[in-house]
Design a protein around this ligand. Structure first.
Ligand code: NAD
Ligand code: UDP
Length: 312
């Protein structure tokens, strides 16, 4: 099969490209290198089944493919807020262009949607049936509303044009290949601890997240794309074990005992969700999928990656 991965040089995309190549697929990795880097896919370049395409998904694309994983979009609040108009364009124009490509080629297309569609949720944990609580005019809206509109487009192309869609809602995922300056909490805390810099907790650290190791996500993504039940989603893919941000900081320091870092508290950004935890009953039932990597194990692998990365 010929498979297009948009955002393929990013954190998740690079893991997905690697896994698909291992499974013997032909992979076209598309990226405009906004937050992704060639470093993430360097090891794949020699593979004859791998092709790299510098392209921006906000422009139309003409290639022949059987499957499309649409991941292109900056995912860290720091990066998606630095050019919010481009973030909305990437989600919305990107979805239209990739859905148009899927329509013409009759490819199956999977959208990497997000737990952010639930906003700052009042229902906890979050099932797929919850419609969310998103501020439409705040600093996170370019991402949250862009991703919500992309979901709308996916379901309209499905109803109107019979495009074969899949939608997954990814919850906070971490692992090797995150950029040291990514800005998300797991990479920030690890890099800070390794460099003996202050660990920056935003707010009082009582807000919660549920952290998923990247390998578990890739398993879920591929299962969703290839499920034979005509199950199109949306489906939550995340690890339901919930931690406060303060607990995460303490865990990172425990796993890097040589660190001289101290925890400091900074202002909580606007609209920062107070709690987040996936209800994964649907993924278990429809995909026979659930995450297998405990936080400590995933953090150890990620710390190992950053130790090499920031000293090389
Ligand atoms: P990332 O920033 O590492 O990767 C995004 C990739 O998309 C980068 O390589 C970037 O250069 C590329 N990109 C951005 N805009 C583009 C454009 N206009 N055209 C082409 N390429 C473009 O982030 P990630 O964590 O790997 O996230 C990948 C996808 O998964 C994103 O769509 C994100 O919204 C979604 N997601 C991630 C998480 C998570 O916790 N990591 C959670 C929910 C959803
Ligand atoms: N956060 C933090 N310190 C950091 C980076 C993030 O305390 O250096 C907090 C952030 O305010 C949020 C949580 O960690 O409450 C997760 O943030 P991240 O940017 O990783 O993802 P998201 O908010 O999109 O879930």
């Amino acid at each position: 099969m010929k498979i297009l991965v948009t955002g393929g040089a990013g954190f998740i995309g690079s893991h997905l490209c690697e896994r698909l190549l291992k499974e013997g697929e032909d992979v076209i990795c598309l990226d405009n290198f906004y937050t992704g880097t060639k470093d993430n896919i360097l090891d794949l370049m020699d593979n004859k089944k791998f092709e790299l395409l510098r392209h921006d998904v906000t422009f139309p694309l003409y290639v022949e493919v059987d499957q499309i994983y649409n991941l292109a979009c900056p995912a860290s609040p720091v990066h998606y807020q630095s050019d919010p108009v481009q973030t909305t364009k990437t989600s919305v124009h990107g979805a239209i262009n990739m859905l148009g490509l899927a329509k013409r080629t009759k490819a199956t297309i999977l959208q990497a949607s997000t737990s952010e569609v639930y906003g700052d949720p009042e229902v906890h944990p979050q099932p797929e049936s919850y419609w969310g609580r998103v501020n439409p005019i705040g600093i996170r809206s370019c991402y949250d509303e862009g991703k919500r509109c992309a979901e709308t487009l996916f379901f309209d192309y499905y109803r109107q044009n019979k495009v074969d869609i899949r939608v997954i809602r990814i919850f906070n995922t971490y692992g090797p290949n995150m950029h040291p300056n990514d800005g998300r909490v797991v990479s920030n805390f690890i890099v800070q601890a390794l460099k003996n810099k202050d660990i920056t907790i935003y707010g009082d650290g009582s807000q919660t997240r549920s952290f998923q190791y990247v390998d578990d996500l890739i398993d879920g993504m591929i299962k969703m794309m290839n499920n034979k039940e005509d199950f199109i989603g949306p489906v939550n893919i995340g690890n339901p074990v919930e931690f406060t941000i303060k607990q995460l900081a303490e865990k990172v320091l425990e796993l890097i005992p040589e660190s001289k870092s101290k925890i400091i508290f900074k202002d909580l950004p606007q609209d920062d969700p107070k709690q987040r935890k996936p209800d994964i009953a649907l993924a278990k039932e429809k995909l026979q999928w659930e995450p297998r990597t405990e936080l400590e194990k995933g953090l150890k692998k990620t710390i190992g990656y950053f130790k090499v990365k920031i000293t090389s």
